[in-house]
Design a protein around this ligand. Structure first.
Ligand code: ACO
Length: 323
């Protein structure tokens, strides 16, 4: 038994800012941002929250899957920007969509979060513990950005994507995932230090910090290795794969990965031009768009691959089963 994706959804904040707007915020230019990242615009939360966008994406996915919320037995929400330390975003979604029978939890694996969520649901479903799961990637990373730091503030956007999966004979074929805590600090965001009666400190908020070139090198090496290891394990080749849905961090990372895999860029759908890097939300947002536009056809094989903070990386290989 494996899992298949039976419905998807997404939610982007209403408001968006383009690169020209950012020129008024920090010392940058549309030319610098576009040529180094491929990003032109990003949506930023104002009234929306991590949970409210997750709920909207989840409702769309449930409707698209044509199931009742009561059928959901497991909700996993991948996020590194929850509104509350607790309750989890997943529990907030459970309440809002009426998934009264679901066990609900959040998962923290940065931009690999949605892939880790699929792979975790796969393990539960294969073990026969649950049959139907709601998986979400949702972020308001704009709350963790230092808007005076031009090296990071131009890269990220807010949003959410979701998928409903259920046990099936066809669908997910295989997965590969990994972590390297030794390199964790090349991409980090820390909480304020502990302050209590024994140890009084000023609570300074932490912002996203990144060694950009280290992250770039990590992504363009690790993702092709991970994809090739997965294909080898499943006795498949690049020719079997119709689509690669990669984490939408940077167009130059995607181009570089395509080149290393010797695959045409046409197999790598991308929306980062419009949304920037939405971390755990980027893959499910893209998945929803290629599904609803009819780009992915029943029987197509696709690889979804994420990479990010931790460091973490992961990929899953699926056959698309929706008509
Ligand atoms: N506008 C104008 N100039 C800038 C900006 C900006 N927004 N940001 C940095 N610069 C300047 C720097 O100050 C530096 O100036 P200097 O030479 O005078 O010191 C110059 O541009 C070059 O800076 P680098 O950091 O070396 O720029 P680089 O070519 O490495 O590009 C980038 C930066 C785009 C972040 C690149 O390293 C990259 O793509 N890294 C991948 C990381 C990534 O995508 N992270 C996303 C989050 S992680 C994830 O999702 C997995």
């Amino acid at each position: 038994m494996t899992l298949e994706i039976i419905g998807t959804g997404k939610c982007l904040p209403k408001a968006a800012i383009n690169n020209q707007f950012l020129e008024t915020v920090v010392d940058t230019s549309d030319e610098w941002i576009s040529s180094r990242t491929g990003i032109h615009k990003r949506h930023l939360a104002s009234k929306e929250t991590t949970a409210s966008m997750a709920v909207e994406a989840a409702k769309q996915a449930i409707e698209n899957a044509n199931i009742n919320a009561e059928d959901i037995e497991l909700i996993i929400t991948a996020t590194i920007s929850p509104d509350y330390a607790f309750p989890s975003t997943a529990c907030m979604v459970q309440q809002a969509v009426g998934a009264v029978n679901a066990v609900s939890m959040d998962l923290s694996a940065a931009c690999s979060g949605f892939i880790f969520a699929i792979n975790t649901a796969y393990a539960y479903i294969r073990a026969g513990i649950y049959k139907t799961a709601l998986l979400i990637g949702t972020e308001t990373l704009s709350r963790h950005i230092d808007w005076a730091d031009r090296s990071t503030c131009v890269l990220f956007g807010d949003g959410a994507g979701a998928a409903v999966v259920k046990s099936s004979k066809r669908g997910l074929i295989g997965l590969e995932q990994g972590s390297d805590g030794q390199k964790g600090m090349v991409l980090n965001c820390r909480y304020p230090e502990v302050s209590n009666p024994l140890n009084q400190r000023v609570a300074v908020p932490g912002y996203v910090q990144m060694e950009g070139q280290e992250v770039f090198k990590f992504a363009v090496k690790k993702v092709p290795e991970c994809i090739d290891a997965l294909l080898e394990k499943e006795h498949m080749t690049h020719a079997d794969i119709s689509w690669y849905l990669l984490h939408q961090a940077n167009i130059r990372i995607i181009q570089s990965i395509a080149k290393r895999l010797r695959e045409p860029l046409e197999k790598f759908p991308s929306n980062l031009e419009q949304y920037g890097n939405t971390s755990a939300a980027s893959i499910p947002i893209l998945l929803d768009e290629v599904h609803r536009s009819g780009q992915i056809k029943k029987g197509d094989k696709l690889i979804m691959a994420g990479f990010g903070g931790g460091l973490t990386w992961g990929a899953c290989l699926l056959e698309w089963t929706i008509d």
